[in-house]
Design a protein around this ligand. Structure first.
Ligand code: NDP
Length: 450
């Protein structure tokens, strides 16, 4: 049995019977058969269904959001916002998939030559619990619009949300088996990836999970896309607009109770503004209301599981042992971790080197602009970076210096259906969202007429 437990009070929400091997076999067979007809459906028909999925999300957002909050402790208002964003990505691809996948003419010595973008079949999505709907929809909307079939292996602690997502597509009227949730633990994934009917895999989660799944896919010569988290820096240069920047940095680190791959996890402050910045930053972090995720006024919920909070606590303690100072928070109560700020963090400490997945941030001061750029690039992760400055010429000049998949100027790194999303280094490879995302799982077919 796979269990869903409320991290706020430890209560059991529901138990799910894991699929047996014959049940997995049946699901894969159904998915493969569905592809034969779904690939021939037109963009108009798919768009109509995708718009209906958006409407279903809007209509029942309270129901879906409630289960998210129950299962992984996300404050209810943020869970509702997550559902709304899923409706947006459905609408975006309903409107743009045909354009993104229209033939690309290329002039050659042929009478006509072009590239067409055709669906490849069943794609497996291995997904995490931090945005139980959004992570799945940003895969499913483009995949289905491209004519592919989606099968989902969701994180074990959010199985009710996983079933709810299947329900959204059913309620929208998608043909049976266009999108199926497989109730399976990770031990079943290797065989599923190796199955001939599964053509590719996308995974969002930790490095070990990504390495395991991508190695199997590589062994079978199947494409994979990996989105493996990050340790984004928030770099505040000396000419930044401090009051705006403080607000943005608080959001960047603490929304979703800090459990976001693109959260700003390392705060790099120019030494000349560091004290003034920190003073206001601490005021605003203190104001974040912790509490029951079901309460509309709560901004900081619990972490999704107690072991995740324990891991964060260890990273904080290790950093303190190595010389960092806690200036706010630092205490844990089961799955709850106080919003925590550490100063004097250096590049050897856990708070800097590792991904910290929760409401804790490490502050490092720098003297020279180049030193800040070097500190950003020192990370093994390469998902994104936010830089704060009033000098746009300077910002534009240093953008190429960063090794990350995204640079946001005077803004937190955020995902947007219109923009590609993905990382470099151990943050993974491939892109989600936008035109780049929908073109990951298609056959880019070269066509040549003599
Ligand atoms: P995992 O990476 O273990 O889980 C993510 C998904 O991968 C889940 O569906 C999980 O299933 C599955 N999975 C795990 N191991 C394997 C495997 N060997 N083969 C196939 N599937 C696998 O994340 P955790 O929940 O353990 O979180 C640990 C850390 O990962 C976090 O603290 C954070 O640093 C990072 N993370 C990053 C996320 C991001 O957005 N990039 C999201 C979540 C976590 P199951 O739940 O059944 O194990």
């Amino acid at each position: 049995m796979i269990e869903s437990r409320n991290p706020y009070n430890g209560e059991l929400i529901e138990k799910f019977k894991e699929f047996t091997n014959p049940e997995i076999e049946k699901a894969l067979e159904k998915a493969d058969n569905r592809f034969k007809t779904w690939r021939k459906s037109g963009f108009q028909d798919r768009a109509e269904l995708m718009n209906k999925a958006a409407k279903e999300l809007e209509k029942n957002k309270d129901e879906y959001a409630r289960d998210i909050s129950l299962e992984m402790g996300k404050p209810i208002k943020q869970a509702i916002a997550e559902i709304e964003k899923c409706a947006w990505v459905c609408e975006y691809y309903a409107e743009n998939a045909e354009k993104h996948l229209s033939n690309r003419a290329i002039k050659t010595d042929a009478s006509k030559s072009y590239v067409s973008y055709e669906p490849i079949g069943v794609v497996l999505a291995v997904m995490p619990w931090n945005y139980p709907f959004w992570q799945v929809f940003r895969f499913a909307a483009p995949a289905l619009m491209a004519g592919n079939i989606g099968i989902l292996k969701h994180a074990s602690n959010v199985m009710r949300s996983a079933n709810n997502i299947q329900k959204v597509f059913q309620r929208a009227g998608f043909p049976d088996s266009c999108f199926q949730n497989l109730v399976v633990s990770s031990s079943k994934i290797e065989n599923i990836v190796r199955d001939k009917r599964v053509k590719a895999v996308t995974l969002t989660g930790s490095k070990p999970a990504g390495a395991a799944v991508a190695s199997t896919a590589g062994d079978e010569i199947k494409k994979s896309v990996l989105e493996l988290g990050g340790s984004n820096a928030l770099v505040v240069f000396k000419d930044a607009n401090l009051s705006e920047t403080v607000k943005t940095c608080v959001q960047a680190r603490f929304q979703n109770t800090g459990q976001s791959c693109i959260a700003g996890k390392r705060l790099l402050l120019h030494e000349s503004i560091a004290d003034e910045f920190l003073e206001e930053f601490l005021v605003q972090v203190r104001e974040l209301k912790s509490g029951d995720p079901m309460d509309e006024n709560t901004f900081i919920g619990t972490l999704a599981r107690e072991d995740l909070a324990e891991e964060l606590e260890t990273q904080i303690k290790d950093s303190v042992k190595a010389g960092a100072k806690i200036v706010l928070g630092g205490k844990r109560d089961r799955a709850y971790m106080e919003p925590t700020v550490l100063t004097d963090v250096t590049s050897e400490m856990s708070m800097f080197k590792e991904e910290t997945f929760g409401p804790a941030i490490g502050v490092t001061k720098f003297k020279k602009d180049q030193e800040a750029i070097d500190l950003v690039n020192l990370s093994d992760f390469g998902l994104g970076v936010s830089i704060f400055t009033e000098n746009m010429d300077f910002a534009e000049k240093i953008v190429p210096e960063f090794e990350d998949g995204a640079v946001f100027i005077n803004e937190l790194v955020k995902s947007d259906p219109r923009l590609p999303f993905g990382g470099t280094k151990i943050s993974g490879y491939g892109r989600e969202l936008s035109e780049d995302g929908i073109r990951e799982f298609v056959n880019k077919k070269t066509v040549y007429f003599k």
